[in-house]
Design a binder for this molecule. Structure first.
Ligand SMILES: [Cu+2]
Length: 243
């Protein structure tokens, strides 16, 4: 086993959160119009980001969501809609979930006036888990990591009513151990928890303001499991960078 929990590790996180740096905030991406085109017409954003369309009024443009890919004849699919051509000059929208969105300017879509937005997830799965009595404990994290948003952490397929250690690391150095890969060590925050009788865990916390932009977060659970010789298995790890 690696070192035991330290109070200083927890205090280190607290100190980081208090640093007077740029606040984590969602990004706003601007799409303008030029002739019969959206500029840029292709955009990649992150879950939780905002897209702001500007300069719609001069050409009587609008923004109407259509199924992907957008064509010259794609009908509005009932999704986002700025109003009719020229109704508004600016239209703004938050994209809360990963995926893809396509849109057209209805008055000019036959001229190919359309756009596509790719919304990338905040969290990625690093793998690294090792199997225990119920399989590999499956960690998921959800939330845009913007100030005041909710971070939800879920775990499934852990041993029932098992003691667990949760690690959060800012600059980990992964290594192979316990039949998997320890991704979240050295940790900056350690929390002790117990799985439910069903071998699950769930917790939602408000994400604080003041976490510096670009902070890298790696999360992982160690789960007590009497079915393996080491007595401990690993969940997969998940990774995100604060926006
Ligand atoms: Cu137009």
């Amino acid at each position: 086993m690696r070192p035991l929990p330290t109070r200083s590790a927890v205090l280190a996180l607290g100190a980081l959160l208090l640093l007077p740096q740029v606040l984590a905030a969602q990004t706003t991406h601007v799409v303008t119009t030029a002739g019969f085109s959206f500029v840029p017409s292709e955009l990649t954003i992150r879950e939780g980001d905002t897209v702001r369309w500007t300069n719609l009024q001069p050409g009587s443009h609008n923004v109407a969501e259509v199924d992907c890919p957008p064509t010259g004849a794609s009908p509005w699919n009932g999704g986002f809609f700025s109003g009719f051509g020229g109704d508004v000059d600016t239209f703004e929208l938050v994209f809360p979930a990963p995926g893809e969105a396509c849109y057209v300017c209805q008055p000019h879509q036959t001229f190919g006036m359309s756009g596509r937005i790719t919304i990338e997830p905040v969290w990625t799965d690093l793998g690294g888990g090792s199997p225990g009595v119920a399989g590999v404990p499956a960690l998921t994290a959800d939330g845009p990591l913007t100030a005041g948003s909710t971070l939800s952490i879920g775990l499934a397929d852990a041993a029932p009513s098992a003691p667990m250690v949760f690690w959060l690391a800012f600059a980990p150095v992964p290594f192979a151990a316990l039949g998997g890969v320890v991704h979240a060590f050295p940790y900056n925050l350690q929390v002790l928890r117990t799985s439910s009788p069903a071998g699950t865990f769930a917790q939602s916390v408000p994400w604080p303001a003041g976490v510096p932009v670009g902070t890298e977060l790696t999360l992982q659970f160690l789960v007590g499991d009497a079915s393996v010789p080491a007595g401990i298995v690993l969940s997969n790890a998940v990774f995100a960078t604060t926006p």
